[in-house]
Design a protein around this ligand. Structure first.
Ligand SMILES: *[C@@H]1O[C@H](CO)[C@@H](O)[C@H](O)[C@H]1NC(C)=O
Length: 157
């Protein structure tokens, strides 16, 4: 059994101008993912992106998601967009000391599915906290996070 969470980090963090494009793609992706069971309900997202304007190669970020499952499961599946995972921690909300993270794998195809295994099955209807740090690359096509330059007084900003 899988726990499926849709993590549209870039869309969530970026807000208005890019939202329509991001939404469109992520719902299309979601439709494709409906073959997976969706016995989960993320109830809370907190996303931080750390953008360094002098670094055009990548940005770092972290996301905290509170999740619950309708079923007992030891596998969490996230729709993770294009990112390199730094670290993953999974905690029961009542015991925020024991990290239940076991391992993870990221799909090499374009589904961007991140599968996380935990050491101890998540119990139904219990809140868990998932914390992920990552680095992402700026998109070249204005989709997702992109680098924007403008000219001011003849210097490139
Ligand atoms: C993760 O750990 C589980 C349990 O030990 C194992 O069955 C699975 O193959 C591991 N997956 C990866 C990607 O290492």
């Amino acid at each position: 059994m899988y726990l499926l969470v849709c993590l549209t980090v870039l869309g969530t963090a970026l807000g208005v101008p890019l939202e329509p494009a991001v939404e469109e793609v992520s719902s299309r992706d979601l439709a494709a993912l409906y073959v997976l069971p969706t016995e989960t309900f993320p109830t809370f997202y907190d996303v931080s992106l750390f953008l360094d304007p002098s670094n055009e190669e990548f940005f770092t970020g972290d996301v905290t998601i509170r999740i619950s499952s309708y079923i007992e499961t030891s596998r969490i599946i996230l729709h993770a967009m294009e990112m390199n995972i730094g670290s993953i921690q999974v905690y029961g909300q009542r015991d925020q000391i024991t990290n239940l993270y076991q391992n993870h794998s990221l799909a090499t195809d374009d589904t961007h599915l991140l599968t996380i295994e935990v050491t101890e099955a998540l119990q139904p209807l219990q809140p868990y906290i998932l914390h992920i740090t990552f680095t992402g690359h700026y998109a070249e096509n204005m989709f997702g996070v992109y680098v924007s330059k403008y000219q001011e007084d003849g210097t490139t900003q």
